[in-house]
Ligand binder design. Structure first.
Ligand code: FES
Length: 369
């Protein structure tokens, strides 16, 4: 088995043989076809031999440069466009029977290249996915498979591997019950919110109490001031006794039968109307109901034909003269007259006393026939 790459000695020997026109040794590699043709034509064309001899490399650097130039393979396509062009050319030259229609797009070209690689990306991805599903342990991408995959397939495969790693990673189990001495976040937030609401409610209650006390104080002060002002106003006004009129009509004289005592106006006007005969003359007069002892109101006793005071037992005749008890003097009479309309009119503003000799005044009685 011969080494495809010539060594430096071989190259040097080849060049020397070419320059000297001698045949190369059997151990040396087979010279190129142009060198053999030149060597075969060397005796026939001395000028070419001279030219070759003159153009032959002499220094080691020249010899190495020439050898590298001859040994260097054709320049491989470096850019993507060059690779695609070469792939297209290779796919176009493929027989129709082997692949069907010629590849036209980059995807077709990549598919043809992957077919050459012996494994399709889908199969590789499926194999990787199957392996991951079977085993959750993370797997490394196979360099041989990765060489035939596109960038998208490689990313997908890497993601699958990372998913497998995530599945294989240990899960963190959170405690279902709160740690002792600590409340869970939602409950702590609820407790904080509840305490805030409670504080607000307490503050509102305190404010309401203070406000109520303030309102109560102001209300009390306003009420007291109002009552005081009303008292002062009442103090400034004089006391007035509402008394019945002093003059009033008690009806016609016929309403009072002779020899009778009428108590009809006792409650309203504090008078008794008596129709009796005084000093031989029948007359109608009005007696006061006030006892002359201490001011009590005596009662008319029809059966005894007298006024009897319930307080100390003073007794008065029908004429009003006192006859028993502590009463010091007779009852008083009021002025009475017959009005223009025929009615009896009593005037309480005028009093007539017997002890003073006033009962003889015609103004204190009305004579009737
Ligand atoms: Fe009438 Fe004393 S008040 S008797």
């Amino acid at each position: 088995m011969t080494d495809p790459k010539p060594s430096t000695n071989d190259i040097m020997a080849k060049i020397r043989a070419k320059a000297a026109g001698a045949a190369p040794a059997e151990s040396t590699p087979k010279p190129p076809a142009d060198a053999q043709s030149e060597a075969a034509s060397a005796p026939e064309n001395p000028a070419a031999v001279d030219a070759a001899a003159s153009s032959a490399p002499k220094s080691t650097a020249d010899i190495m440069a020439a050898a590298r130039a001859s040994a260097k393979p054709a320049a491989a396509p470096t850019g993507t466009a060059a690779i695609l062009a070469a792939a297209k050319k290779a796919a176009g030259s493929a027989p129709a029977s082997s692949g069907g229609a010629a590849a036209k797009g980059p995807s077709d070209i990549m598919a043809a290249i992957r077919a050459k690689a012996g494994a399709t990306p889908a199969a590789a991805v499926a194999a990787d996915a199957g392996a991951k599903s079977a085993s959750p342990a993370p797997q490394k991408l196979d360099p041989a498979k990765a060489a035939g995959l596109s960038a998208a397939d490689m990313i997908k495969a890497a993601r699958s591997a990372s998913d497998g790693m995530a599945e294989a990673a240990p899960k963190v189990v959170l405690p279902t019950k709160p740690l002792p001495g600590k409340l869970p976040a939602p409950k702590a937030a609820a407790v904080k919110a509840g305490s805030a609401v409670e504080r607000r409610s307490v503050l509102a209650a305190a404010l309401s109490v203070v406000a109520s006390w303030v309102v109560l104080a102001w209300g009390s002060m306003i009420t007291a001031s109002t009552v005081g002002l009303l008292g002062v106003a009442r103090f400034m006004m004089p006391n007035v006794l509402v008394e019945p009129p002093t003059k009033f009509k008690i009806g016609p004289p016929n309403d009072y039968a002779p020899g009778t005592v009428s108590t009809k106006w006792q409650a309203q006007f504090n008078i008794w109307v008596v129709n009796a005969e005084v000093d031989g003359v029948r007359s109608i007069y009005a007696l006061s109901t006030v006892c002359t002892h201490l001011g009590c109101t005596p009662n008319w006793l029809e059966g005894e034909q007298k006024f009897k005071c319930p307080c100390h037992g003073s007794g008065f005749y029908k004429s009003g003269v006192n006859f028993e008890g502590p009463a010091p003097r007779p009852l008083e009479r009021f002025g009475i007259r017959l009005a223009e309309d025929g009615m009896l009119e009593v005037d309480k503003s005028v009093k007539f006393q017997k002890e003073l000799g006033q009962w003889t005044n015609p103004a204190c009685f009305v004579g009737v026939t």
